[in-house]
Design a protein around this ligand. Structure first.
Ligand code: NAD
Ligand code: TYD
Length: 356
């Protein structure tokens, strides 16, 4: 395997940390640089097991810092960028859309422009280079309950400030291919779940609340549908697409695994109660219906046939197995949970849910 110098942005976050771990362990001959600003969502404790490996380096940097990123590209002779750094929580985007435009749009553009200037300055130009942007199915908008699934041909129709910013950054990535010939790839993935997810998202928030017998704030009637994929399966798909995907293509990534929120919540309640030895059903009374999220998308569902047929990827875990592993991980890692939910998080949580 040829030596490669790869930057993974957002490597201290949820999906990024799984991807960094996979690459550092699987490709000892690569230099893996984890570039992260360490916002509230970035946590180096997610990567304790790989931090001493010789092929791993952490760089604290804001993706909006064009000069610093250009210098890093030159210094480390970067030939691959896998870009995950983003503001990622829809509820926060509703309260603070500017931060989402800054990081997700301007930050992505800044990386693209620095990569363009550096790669175009080399004798071989774009040969052997790759800019891979990790995006979301939310850019496609919302499906009706009886609709088809999102395919790669579904027109973009984002609704939340988060998905609008991600859609905009996807368009910039494609524009750098179409205008300058940069070898880019975009993938759009469904909702991820698994260890190390920040507990503002549904699954870790609810597992933690069930454990501590706190209310479970269900938005609206709990009938919205999401399509869930185990995070390590997403990381495996990214690895495959980074190495074997076709330049300028888009691939949808999902596990054909749709759940209505309220049904998923009942599975989490059952699993946590069983593992903790609580009487079955005793936590159902924690379910608390609260005011719906503004502009709450009804349903996301991904058709990942193209990825399965063209590159042979398949999710490895059944949902029942994935949720069992996930619940056990959060219950076994209370210290991680306590660390990430102290201080600012507690204020955020109170702001979000008190008086809803
Ligand atoms: P996350 O919020 O857990 O992590 C984001 C990481 O980006 C954090 O480590 C944070 O410190 C870093 N970051 C934020 N702003 C930065 C900046 N200005 N400069 C440098 N680093 C910065 O997010 P996640 O859930 O791991 O998502 C990662 C990517 O995958 C995002 O681009 C997201 O849009 C996309 N995605 C997520 C999901 C999902 O279900 N979580 C699904 C599909 C796609
Ligand atoms: P979330 O994990 O925020 O992911 P996304 O909004 O990107 O899909 O939410 C998943 C679903 O769960 C979504 O329909 C909103 C809902 N939800 C709640 O009902 N209560 C909550 O406290 C949270 C965080 C989410």
């Amino acid at each position: 395997m040829a030596k490669r110098n790869i930057v993974i942005t957002g490597g201290a976050g949820f999906i990024g940390s799984h991807l960094v771990r996979l690459f550092v362990n699987k490709y000892p001959e690569y230099n893996i640089i984890n570039l992260d600003k360490l916002t509230y969502a970035g946590n180096l404790a997610n990567l304790k097991d790989v931090e001493a490996k010789p092929n791993y380096k952490f760089v604290k940097m804001d993706i909006c810092d064009f000069e610093a990123f250009y210098d890093l590209m030159q210094r480390e002779k970067i030939d691959g960028i896998i870009h995950l750094a983003a503001e990622s929580h829809v509820d926060r985007s509703i309260k603070d859309p500017f931060t989402f435009a800054r990081t997700n749009v301007m930050g992505t553009l800044s990386l693209l422009q620095a990569a363009k200037l550096y790669w175009e300055s080399l004798p071989e130009g774009y040969e052997g280079k790759r800019f891979y942007h990790i995006s979301t199915d939310e850019v496609y908008g919302s499906l009706a309950f009886n609709d088809e699934l999102f395919t790669e041909q579904t027109p973009y129709n984002p609704h939340s400030p988060y998905s609008a910013a991600k859609a905009s950054s996807d368009h910039f990535v494609r524009a750098y291919h179409d205008t300058y010939g940069m070898p880019t790839i975009v993938t759009n993935c469904s909702n991820n779940y698994g260890p190390y997810q920040f507990p503002e998202k549904l699954i870790p928030l609810f597992i933690n609340n069930i454990r501590h017998r706190k209310p479970l704030p269900v938005y609206g009637k709990g009938e919205n549908v999401r399509d869930w994929l185990y995070v390590e399966d997403h990381a495996r798909a990214i690895d495959l697409i980074f190495h074997e995907g076709k330049v300028a293509e888009t691939y949808n990534i999902g596990g054909f695994n749709e759940w209505k929120n309220i049904d998923l919540i009942k599975v989490m309640i059952k699993t946590v109660d069983r593992i903790l030895g609580n009487p079955e059903g005793c936590s159902l009374d924690l379910i608390t219906y609260v005011t719906d999220r503004l502009g709450h998308d009804a349903r996301y569902a991904i058709d990942s046939t193209k990825l399965q047929k063209e590159l042979g990827w398949e999710p490895s875990l059944q949902f029942e197995e994935g949720i069992e592993k996930t619940v056990r991980w959060y219950l076994d890692n209370q210290e991680w949970m306590d660390n990430v939910t102290s201080g600012d998080y507690q204020r955020y949580y109170d702001d979000m849910y008190k008086g809803r």
